[in-house]
Design a protein around this ligand. Sequence first.
Ligand SMILES: [Zn+2]
Length: 334
Amino acid sequence: MTRRKAVGLAFVLLMPLLFAACPRNNPPPRPRAAISTSSRPAPTAAPIVAAFNGERAMDHVRKQVDFGPRPPDTPQLAKTRAYIANELRSYGLTVSFDEFSATTPQGEKKMANIVGEIAGETKTLILIASHYETKYYKDMHFVGANDPAASVATLLEIGRVLGSRKEKPRVTYRLVFFDGEEAFCEGWDDCGAENPDNTYGSRHYVSQLHARKELGNIAALILLDMVGYKNLELGRDTLSTRWLQDIIWQTGRELGHGKIFVDREEGIGGDDHEPFLSAGVAAVDLIQLSSYPHWHKADDTFDKISAQSMKIAGETVLASLPKIVARVAPKEKE
Ligand SMILES: [Zn+2]
């Protein structure tokens, strides 16, 4: 009841803005022409809130795979970055880049995290993230359809759905696409304990949040990593924050995906949520590692991915957000 009133008031207050060429309400035409429109809902006169579209996510996977292997500091990753940024802008999100230089076992590499923001009524931040580069291999044509193209695609669709909503959200959402998650050396810890050869982008982003005194505003990080496999099954990563994981797993089951959100433990060693956990931020990783047979192999290709799997992961995250917000951003407005 009170929430409805608040929403109505917010709408009235926002009315002038709605007519002032707000990009969220007047998204520019989509730059891509070659996309099949057959699977999209027919446009209606009334403004519609977008629903997660698995076929659009498949298009995003195909596009990334077509760029070829996409390790850090390559023209292929630059193309991927431009593609992601253009998509986010077309959904009305505010895009920025967190650029930096990383010292790696292969020397200095230019990297850039991509951030798409939807401003909310409060400074409270919920981050939803994926890495977007592929692991470097000297002798393997590795295109990473699941690792990470499918999680990037899912995150883009989540961004489109969130960007289509008319009401300003209570919290601010940031979609973060990390560069440099993968190790340059074969193994995660093969080349350095003091200077880790992994999670370059997420570690840099956390350091930036710390420098800008924003860390305290972050209520939760939801990380997607390998969520597109045809035979999707997500076990519980043992590092993740339990209450946050419980909300998502419970929501997945309520949506009828009990066979996907299972209770077995998923031991992963580390991922982009770790720097956040170390900084005291609640974080959860949705990852299918142990039961994805094509992990870090040349056959991590488009044919392993399904629209349905990405839709399940994306819809579950979207449906979990109100519950997470209710927990982390109670009624106060600022
Ligand atoms: Zn990987």
